[in-house]
Design a protein around this ligand. Structure first.
Ligand code: ZN
Length: 254
């Protein structure tokens, strides 16, 4: 399995990171994509290794870390990191109106800068969205010139919003929330095309049922995969090979 979104480099894993990786391998995780929170994340990512897991770095500035002033070198540093062969995407970026709307204009400007770099380098963008769906989709629609690809990470929109995102060239990142009872995400996802979905954890956040409330880790992605296989009424192995293929195509890995 390919975990397309894991903050495995964060301090929440400092105590037992190798055990977390061992459990991931046992659960069938072979590849982990790491979206950044800020440029400091990259140094942490570079320390990681495990003989049976491939790690993929990304660079970006999380919308919750956008402050009063955007870093003046944001575009330059994003371009420098993401143009390297060992960087596979731009993010995470996006909009978050839940934590704060104080720096809304800067969140949007930061997102536009990420989009520009993603288009220039032809690498996917990773989009965070919280209580900001219509603004996010509107901004992406304006930025889309036919060359922008990416993931609406932790998808929790409506069927209509999911379709709009897919029409705009985005994939949907399916994480733990699809397993939540009463969340309704499972019923939404059932009406959207599986060939536009990728698996993710968002570790250490958003653990799937039955691990809900605990620190999330890549091994727990098996619960999300099982749920998705149930929704689409297919074998787990078929579900995994389909979502793996989607991820490989999107990130241009073999
Ligand atoms: Zn994230």
């Amino acid at each position: 399995m390919i975990d397309t979104h894991s903050h495995i480099y964060l301090e929440q894993f400092d105590e037992d990171r190798q055990e977390v990786f061992n459990r991931a391998v046992e659960a069938g995780v072979s590849d982990i994509f790491m979206p950044a929170i800020d440029m400091g994340s990259i140094e942490q990512m570079e320390k990681l290794s495990h003989p049976e897991i491939k790690f993929y770095k990304m660079a970006g500035l999380h919308p919750c870390d956008v402050e009063e002033v955007l870093p003046s070198d944001l575009e330059k540093s994003l371009s420098e990191f993401c143009s390297r062969d060992d960087f596979f995407g731009i993010g995470e970026t996006g909009l978050d109106y839940y934590w704060s709307t104080d720096h809304l204009a800067n969140q949007k400007e930061s997102l536009r800068i990420h989009c520009k770099v993603a288009k220039l380098l032809a690498k996917p963008i990773i989009l965070h969205n919280r209580e900001s769906t219509s603004d996010l989709l509107e901004l992406i629609r304006k930025e889309q010139d036919g060359s922008l690809t990416g993931i609406w990470h932790c998808f929790n929109g409506t069927v209509d919003e999911g379709k709009k995102a897919i029409d705009m060239g985005l994939h949907l990142g399916i994480g733990g929330v699809v397993t939540f009872k009463n969340g309704g995400v499972d019923k939404t996802v059932a009406q959207l095309p599986l060939d536009k979905m990728v698996l993710e954890t968002d570790a250490p956040y958003l653990s799937p049922t039955p691990m809900r409330g605990k620190r999330n880790e890549p091994a727990f992605m098996k619960y999300t995969a099982q749920k998705l296989a149930e929704i689409f009424e297919m074998d787990l192995s078929e579900l995994i090979s389909t979502t793996n293929r989607n991820s490989k195509t999107l990130f241009k890995i073999n």
